[in-house]
Design a protein around this ligand. Sequence first.
Ligand code: SF4
Length: 283
Amino acid sequence: MKDFILWFEDQVKKTIEEYALVSRDDKILVACSGGKDSMTVLYLLKKFGYRVEGLIIDLLIGEWSQANLDNAQRFCDEQGIKLHVVSVRDVLGGSMCYIRSKIGAEKKLTTCAVCGVIKRWLLNKKSRELGADKVATGHNLDDQVETLMMNLLKNNIKLNAGQQPVTGVVKDDKFVPRIKPLFFCLNKEVRKYSELKKFPVLYDNCPCASGVFRKEIREELTNLEEKFPDFKENMVRNFLKILSGVKNEGGAIAYCEKCDEVSRKKLCKFCDLMSVLEREKFK
Ligand code: SF4
């Protein structure tokens, strides 16, 4: 048990150092979901001596959100970490389920697709307002390989440019760089660490999780990992080697004409969704 904990912590430390994810002066905001991955990131960055605070977006998905919020608050209180809470109701006027019910059908988007756009927009805006130098997320090796494979199968290889330990495509004062300290840690390793450390987290999936495609990819990749150990890590490391070719196709940065946040189009994805929400509200 002790050996695994030391080994795991060493893996995370190596990733932070190898990819120069943070410097000692950085203020790091950890995007907390209340789950095992973000709790592990929060705990380890604090343990390694970095300046760290948490930010949780309350999606108001019933008891699941409340339990995650309570767990994150309890954990941060115990660890002496400041936790910022942003409620989607305060910002957008309703729960994630309400927002999705209003805009998902017209845009033909799943709950996760809507939720992802809203979380990314809020996370960047709030972390910038809070003066963060970096935003740390809990993405692990399984998340990374799944996303790489999904983008390849959907012929969206350009989207893979952002799949690095530190986001490297968008460089702009308005964009807070995102780092992924668990980039080379398997999901099962993070879970084992979290369980051994007895972190107060839910291991249940979000009740609104929608991605059937991701689930199928996950199963196939897990089968491959069983047959070919280290398959996931090799895939990610090989992808990182060819990344420069993908990055060159990133395109120019612009600002959304409505919210003034970083966007590749006139209207960012968030404002595009919000325009539907506004219309639906007044029907
Ligand atoms: Fe949002 Fe989907 Fe994650 Fe649930 S599983 S929090 S709906 S992105």
